[in-house]
Design a protein around this ligand. Structure first.
Ligand code: GLN
Length: 298
């Protein structure tokens, strides 16, 4: 029987040759996943023997990773905001920088709910996540609001134009006990029938310039192109959303829209051009890069 150390060595060698930028990390994560333990367990017990069946599964995982397929798809899971999300080729893999979008949403909900005593029977805050993909943003928001005791005060909805992505989002909602707390609707951007106006619109839409797609890391080639490709300037889909805001956002509402690190100025211009008198403030992510635009009516 091979040992953990031998399998790791084999994996690192194969993935290095295949061009992975992180061969050791990939091999550790894949082996730990297959053994059902965390990475520290792998590092603590290099001499442990691994049964032939598990070793064979590991080799299969390496075969997939060698083709460039992202580790998150091979494992079928990705951590986001310390929660585990099912991931596969139906949707974009959740990115750590998108955690900021959720944090800003939680802060906004808390600000609204704590600002003034809310009379009994007042309508819940209406929140929609546009282009939810695998659902990481809306499901994480639901889990965090639940922990704060605020889930009863919000009405959560998520849309996507892709039915397969929505299925994954529903699976993730169910996986986190939120299957009956979030409504999912197949729609291009906002849902057809508006339940009044939205208090909070969240969006991590495709924003990569078409000509920059080829320069993304190889793993991105396995992700749905429509989840990344934001058209010639990267802001085509976001621009379509901006055009819908005057009719769909409450007068006191806010749209939080994730953008690329180099799109702060272009986003300011897009808002100024399309939404006379509206404001656009850009929030930086943990790396200090522009990441989320906060768009508000006059
Ligand atoms: N941040 C992602 C990337 O560059 C893009 C995600 C998106 O287009 N919404 O890979």
């Amino acid at each position: 029987m091979p040992t953990v150390a031998e399998l790791l060595e084999q994996g690192i060698r194969r993935l290095h040759t295949a061009g992975s930028e992180t061969p050791r990390l990939d091999a550790e994560v894949l082996l730990a996943h297959i053994l059902g333990i965390d990475r520290t367990g792998i590092l603590a017990h290099p001499e442990a023997p691994v049964g032939d069946g598990l070793a064979a599964q590991y080799v299969k995982a390496l075969d997939r990773r060698e083709t460039g397929e992202p580790v998150a798809y091979v494992r079928g899971v990705k951590e986001f905001h310390s929660l585990a999300f099912a991931t596969d080729a139906r949707a974009l893999i959740p990115r750590p920088e998108t955690e900021l979008l959720v944090d800003l949403a939680v802060a906004e909900v808390a600000r609204r709910l704590l600002a003034a005593p809310r009379p009994i029977g007042i309508a819940p805050l209406r929140i929609v996540d546009v282009g939810t993909g695998g659902g990481a943003v809306i499901v994480t928001l639901a889990v965090l609001l639940d922990r704060l005791g605020m889930l009863g005060e919000v009405d959560l909805m998520a849309t996507d134009a892709d039915a397969a992505a929505l299925d994954l989002a529903r699976e993730n909602a169910v996986g986190h006990g939120m299957g009956d707390r979030i409504r999912f609707e197949l729609a291009d951007l906002l849902p057809g029938e508006l339940p009044g106006r939205w208090d909070l619109i969240l969006a991590n839409l495709p924003y990569v310039r078409t000509d920059a797609i080829a320069g993304l890391p190889p793993a991105a080639a396995f992700e749905p192109r429509q989840a990344l490709d934001g058209g010639s300037d990267g802001l085509v889909t976001i621009g379509r959303l901006l055009d819908l805001l005057p009719d769909s956002l409450d007068r006191e509402g806010i749209a939080l829209i994730e953008i690329g690190a180099d799109q702060a100025d272009a986003m300011d211009v897009a808002v100024a051009d399309r939404l006379r008198g509206w404001s656009c403030a850009i929030e930086p992510d943990l790396a200090g890069l522009p990441r989320v635009a906060r768009v508000m009516p006059p």
